[in-house]
Design a protein around this ligand. Structure first.
Ligand code: CDP
Length: 204
């Protein structure tokens, strides 16, 4: 039976790092679903047509990680037709026999409501903005901390406020607040939750 781990949460909460580490630790495949929305936003033109014709090459573009691409992603992600066009790809990925980890915003609520494990990785907006700002160079970053914080808040508001698949924890998600945690500590907690579920699902 496929074993799916759903990792959801807001921008820069650490969900990508947690998802990658869990996948590596248990030998599961990993899909960063944000990349799908980033690729749709980056293609330009009609976003619905872009989502319907998305290819591997679109996902391999090297300009998808920028804040501008994240902003564009969050805009096209509010369109139900775009989200609908990406469902089958994500569900197929989740059903692969060796186990899969998907990270995004609506994995535990919409894409994989029956996932074996659901993690909701979060952190205070100020903490997330500081991480993004430090990644961009801190005092030498092109943008001030306050402007990064404004962007984080704006993206949260759009992702949580949209009508279709808004960002929220599934009722049965385990919340992991990484505000005061190191990456190692956050990963260790996530690994412990997954290990415990795996043991239960194998009857051990
Ligand atoms: O890395 P970061 O958390 O900043 O962003 P991301 O996970 O790459 O997602 C970029 C944007 O895509 C988000 O702000 C969401 O609006 C959208 N998204 C979504 O709606 N559903 C997903 N499953 C993944 C991303």
């Amino acid at each position: 039976m496929p074993f799916t781990v759903a990792v959801d949460g807001p921008a820069a909460a650490g969900k990508g790092t947690v998802a990658r580490a869990v996948a590596a630790r248990f030998g599961f495949a990993h899909l960063d679903t944000g990349l799908l929305y980033r690729a749709v936003g980056a293609k330009g033109g009609d976003p619905v047509a872009a989502a319907q014709s998305l290819t591997e090459a679109d996902l391999a573009r090297d300009d998808l990680r920028s804040e501008a691409a994240g902003e564009a992603a969050s805009r096209v992600a509010a369109l139900p037709e775009v989200r609908g066009a990406l469902v089958a790809f994500q569900r197929d990925f989740a059903a692969r026999p060796g186990g899969a980890v998907l990270d995004g915003r609506d994995i535990g609520t919409v894409i994989c409501p029956d996932a074996a494990v659901k993690l909701f990785v979060t952190a205070a907006p100020e903490v997330r903005a500081r991480r993004r700002w430090l990644e961009a160079g801190g005092d030498t970053a092109p943008e001030s901390f306050d402007s990064v914080l404004d962007q984080v808040r704006a993206r949260d508001a759009r992702d949580m406020g949209r009508a279709d698949a808004p960002l929220r924890p599934a009722a049965d998600a385990v919340e992991l607040d990484t505000s005061g945690l190191s990456i190692e500590a956050a990963v260790a907690r996530a690994v412990a939750v997954v290990a415990e579920r795996l043991e239960r699902s194998s009857g051990g």
